[in-house]
Write a protein that binds this ligand. Structure first.
Ligand code: GDP
Length: 385
C-alpha cells in the first residue's frame, strides 16, 4: 500500500513520542498511521511554521522585508514573532523591519470588533472574512487579549475557531501575543498591522473581548469600531460599559435568526434610542444599529456597506487621515510615558532609594512630593552617568 507522503511528518511525530513500535498499539496498520492526517491545525500554518522555524535560523532583515513584501504568509508569521519577541538582541532588527515596511503600509481598512464572550465574534469574523475574500479582499485577523497573559490565550487560541477562514490562502490569522502588558500587546499589534499591510492585506480585523480596557487600546489603532451585541440582555447583563458604546461606529445585534428575530428588532430600536442620547461625533458620523446572523450569513452585506460609507465619508471630510495622524501622535506620547516610567522604576539605584523614601514617608519624615522630587533629580543624575 502506498503511503501518502503527507503522512510522513505525522508518522514521525508518533514515533518521536518515545513509544516503541512494539508497545504502540496504533502502529499496526497504515490506516491508523494516516489518522494523523485528519488532525490539521486550523491555525494559520504561517504562524506555527513561523514559531517553530524562528529559533532555528535567524533571517537577515533584507530577507524578512522581501518575504513580507512578497506576501509570503510563513515569513510574515516569522516577522511578527520577531516584532513580538521583545528580546534585546532582536529589538533592533524588529525596529528596522517595521520602519522599512512603513512606506508600504497604511492602505488597508483597520476594523476593530468587540463584544462579550459568546456574542459570536469568531463566527462573525469567519463569515464576514470569507465574504470579503469572495469580493477579492485579503483579510488578516489579529487579536488583542490581555487576559491571554493569564489564561495563555483565551481568544483565537482555540483551534476550532474560524476553521474555514484560517485555512484560506487569502487570509492570515494571528492569535494575540501570549505575554506582556496590554500596552505591550497593543504596540505589537499596531506593528503587526504595518507588517500585514506591507504584505498586501487590505482588510485588517482586530478582535478583542469587550469587557475590559482593551477596547480603548484597540480604538487607538483602528479606523472603524464595530460592537457586537445580543438581543434580550441589558447592557449591564452583557457587561458592556457605556464608554464602549460611545466608541462604536456601528452596533450589530448578532444572532438575529429563528425565534430571536423579533427580539433583535426590538433591541435595535432600543440601541438606536440610546445612541441618540450620545453627543454628536466630531467627524460627523452617526453610528447605526444593524441586525445580523453570523451563522446564517445574514446582514453581512449591510455591515460592509456601512463600513464603505464610513470610509468614503471620512476620506471626503479628511477625518480618515486626521484620525490616523492623531492616533500616531497619541501613541508617540504613550510610548514616551511608558519608556520613562519603566526606565525610572527599573533603575537599580532608584529601586533601592524608592524603598528608603517609602519608609520615610510612612514615618512622616518627608512628604511624598519632596520624595518624588528627590528621586527624579537623582534619576536624571544617574542616567547622565
Ligand atoms: P465569541 O466568543 O464571541 O467568539 O463567540 P463564538 O463565535 O464562539 O459564538 C458563540 C456561540 O454562539 C457559538 O455556539 C456559535 O455557534 C453561536 N453563534 C454565533 N453566531 C451566531 C448567530 O448568528 N446565530 C446563532 N443562533 N448562534 C450564533
Amino acid at each position: 500500500m502506498l503511503l501518502n507522503p503527507q503522512a510522513i511528518p505525522y508518522l514521525c511525530i508518533v514515533i518521536s513520542n518515545g513509544m516503541s513500535k512494539k508497545n504502540n498499539p496504533k502502529n499496526h496498520s497504515a490506516l491508523k498511521v494516516q489518522q494523523g492526517i485528519e488532525q490539521p491545525s486550523s491555525l494559520n500554518p504561517a504562524l506555527t511554521g513561523g514559531l517553530r522555524q524562528f529559533k532555528k535560523d535567524i533571517l537577515s532583515p533584507e530577507a524578512f522585508l522581501k518575504g513580507v513584501l512578497s506576501g509570503d504568509r510563513s515569513l510574515l508569521g516569522r516577522a511578527i514573532t520577531l516584532v513580538e519577541s521583545g528580546l534585546p538582541e532582536e529589538k533592533e532588527a524588529a525596529r528596522q523591519l517595521v520602519n522599512q515596511c512603513l512606506p508600504y503600509s497604511g492602505k488597508s481598512i483597520r476594523i476593530g470588533i468587540t463584544g462579550v464572550p459568546g456574542v459570536g465574534k469568531s463566527t462573525f469574523i469567519e463569515s464576514f472574512g470569507l465574504q470579503m475574500i469572495s469580493r477579492g479582499k485579503r483579510v488578516a485577523v489579529l487579536a488583542i487579549d490581555p487576559s491571554s497573559t493569564r489564561t495563555k490565550g483565551s481568544i483565537l487560541g482555540d483551534k476550532t475557531r474560524m476553521e474555514e477562514l484560517s485555512t484560506h490562502a487569502n487570509a492570515f490569522i494571528r492569535p494575540s501575543a501570549s505575554s506582556g502588558t496590554l500596552g505591550g500587546v497593543a504596540r505589537a499589534t499596531r506593528e503587526t498591522i504595518i507588517l500585514c499591510e506591507a504584505a498586501g492585506f487590505d482588510l485588517i480585523i482586530i478582535e478583542t473581548v469587550g469587557v475590559g480596557q482593551s477596547e480603548t487600546a484597540v480604538a487607538q489603532i483602528v479606523d472603524f469600531f464595530l460592537l457586537l451585541m445580543l438581543a434580550g440582555g441589558g447592557d449591564e447583563l452583557q457587561g458592556i460599559k457605556r464608554g464602549i458604546m460611545e466608541m462604536a461606529d456601528l452596533i450589530v445585534i448578532n444572532k438575529a435568526d429563528g425565534d430571536n428575530i423579533q427580539k433583535a428588532k426590538l433591541a435595535k430600536m432600543e440601541y438606536e434610542n440610546a445612541l441618540h442620547l450620545f453627543p454628536a461625533l466630531p467627524n460627523g458620523w452617526s453610528p447605526k444599529v444593524l441586525t445580523a446572523s453570523a451563522i446564517n450569513k445574514d446582514g453581512l452585506d449591510a455591515v460592509w456597506k456601512e463600513i464603505e460609507t464610513f470610509v468614503k465619508m471620512m476620506n471626503q471630510n479628511g477625518w480618515f487621515t486626521k484620525n490616523r495622524q492623531q492616533q500616531s501622535l497619541s501613541i508617540l506620547r504613550d510610548s514616551i510615558t511608558q519608556s520613562l516610567n519603566s526606565g525610572f522604576f527599573d533603575n537599580k539605584i532608584i529601586k533601592q532609594l524608592l524603598k528608603e523614601y517609602e519608609q520615610q514617608i510612612l514615618e512622616e519624615k518627608i512628604s511624598p512630593y519632596e520624595a518624588s522630587q528627590k528621586l527624579l533629580e537623582r534619576y536624571f543624575v544617574e542616567i547622565e552617568k
